[in-house]
Design a binder for this molecule. Structure first.
Ligand SMILES: Nc1ncnc2c1ncn2[C@@H]1O[C@H](COP(=O)(O)OP(=O)(O)OP(=O)(O)O)[C@@H](O)[C@H]1O
Ligand SMILES: [Mg+2]
Length: 418
């Protein structure tokens, strides 16, 4: 009896155990299925994919598990590839790129932005943007951007102009800043408008003079002697105007760099003699002794441009040197380069003006200028010409003692080449 009960007990125990085991296995499988479902969702890019629970079979689940693992691996590879592409793009952008999180802390900063703000990425990452940007105007701009606006602001500081574009980053509450250093663009704009103002001013003076003479002549009450004089003035002003326009066009052509410089063998001594000869009569008329000296030197360069520079320098030296003065053009080889020097014992240039004389329209003594009639473009053109052939044009001058302009031309041909 007892044995029978014992048997029943054991059987019942076994049955309950079996039922429990089945229940536990079902639960474990359900949990496993849930975890697998979540993994599958991740591997398909976070989209909750329709997860099918394989019926009962453990082997089928195992197969599915491996499949999901593989998908997940591929997805991670793709993400890594995206990350590398992103880094390559922002790493090579000329613009600075900064990504701020919702709390305005720096999340990402590219090398251009590091350069612009003068910071090192690891030092500013995770810090509040002001530590890097020092731009308080960004605070109110960020208020707007965080409401969904796209904004642009410009910041001028310590001689630099930065342009900052701000755009919200959807879904993160963060902001993307794109920063351009526009200092050079702004400077060029300034130079250009200054240039236009100068040109207008230069044109207005002769135009006023021309208008005045023309009106007086139209009035008719002018005797023949005055009529002739007025007409001569008109002719002279017109000549000056067209020289000015020629110079401006020349400057624009050199600056645009459209025409490439020639490269030919140029005998500099011969060229200097030719230009000096052309200025002989004018020098003589002004009582200035003009001479050429030095050694023969041959450079591989653009003959017309070197000639243009020489004309400008000799023209100045003859024009500004007083009666009885001397102008010397010297040709000499210096350390593999050829040097052309135009020296005079004229009035010299004050030290304060010296750094400016290559600027457009710059003249040392404006009152004296009306007599000599220059527009102040000669040296600006000469320096541009020099730059275009890789030559260097410098000046030394002492007030009351004279000036010397040096032109160093690279590409001197060796003596054996000659
Ligand atoms: N050899 C020189 N001696 C003294 N002053 C000079 C000499 N060369 C140039 N300068 C000064 O530098 C200024 C600029 O010269 P630049 O040749 O550019 O203009 P410019 O001679 O006045 O006019 P442009 O050459 O256009 O006719 C001159 O106005 C003059 O004051
Ligand atoms: Mg000149």
């Amino acid at each position: 009896m007892t044995a029978a009960w014992l048997l029943v007990g054991i059987l019942a125990g076994l049955a309950i155990g079996a039922v429990l085991a089945v229940m536990l296995r079902r639960r474990a499988l359900r949990e496993f299925d849930l975890a697998l479902g979540a993994l599958a969702a991740l591997s398909s890019g976070g989209q909750p994919e329709r997860f099918y629970a394989p019926q009962g079979n453990l082997a089928e689940r195992e197969e599915r598990f491996n499949e999901v693992l593989q998908q997940l691996g591929e997805r991670l590879d793709a993400l890594e590839l995206d990350r590398m592409r992103f880094l390559a793009i922002i790493g090579n952008l000329r613009a600075g790129v900064v990504l701020l999180d919702a709390r305005r802390r720096v999340q990402v900063i590219n090398p251009a932005a590091e350069r612009i703000f003068g910071v090192w990425a690891p030092e500013v990452e995770q810090t509040y943007h002001l530590a890097m940007t020092h731009t308080y105007a960004l605070e109110s701009a960020l208020d707007e951007v965080e409401k969904g606006e796209v904004l642009q602001l410009e910041r001028r500081e310590a001689g630099r102009t930065l342009q900052i574009d701000l755009a919200p980053v959807p879904g993160t509450g963060g902001t993307l800043l794109v920063v351009h250093d526009v200092t050079e663009e702004r400077r060029l704009l300034e130079v250009r408008s200054q240039f236009v103002a100068n040109v207008s001013h230069e044109l207005r003076t002769p135009l006023t003079v021309l208008g005045g003479f023309a009106e007086t002549l139209l009035d008719g009450a002018v005797d023949e002697g005055h009529r002739q004089r007025f007409l001569r003035h008109i002719a002279e002003e017109t000549r000056r105007l067209s020289l000015l326009v020629d110079d401006l066009l020349r400057l624009a052509a050199i600056e645009s760099g459209r025409e490439r410089p020639e490269r030919a063998r140029v005998d500099l001594l011969e060229l200097a003699r030719a230009v000096a000869e052309r200025y002989g009569p004018e020098a003589q008329a002004r009582g200035v002794a003009l001479g050429v000296e030095g050694q023969s030197a041959t450079a591989i360069t653009d003959r017309d441009r070197i000639e243009g520079i020489l004309i400008s320098l000799i023209d100045n030296a003859v024009k500004y040197t007083q009666d009885g003065g001397h102008v010397t053009v010297r040709v000499s080889p210096v350390a593999g380069q050829a040097e052309l020097t135009v020296a005079d014992d004229g009035p010299g240039i004050p030290a304060a003006d010296l750094p400016h004389i290559f600027e457009r329209f710059y003249r040392v003594d404006r009152s004296r200028q009306r007599a000599t009639g220059g527009s102040g473009l000669g040296l600006a053109i000469a320096r541009h010409l020099a730059l275009s052939v890789g030559a260097e044009l410098t000046v030394e001058s002492e007030l009351g003692r004279g000036s010397a302009f040096h032109l160093r031309i690279p590409g001197m041909a060796k003596a054996t080449d000659a």
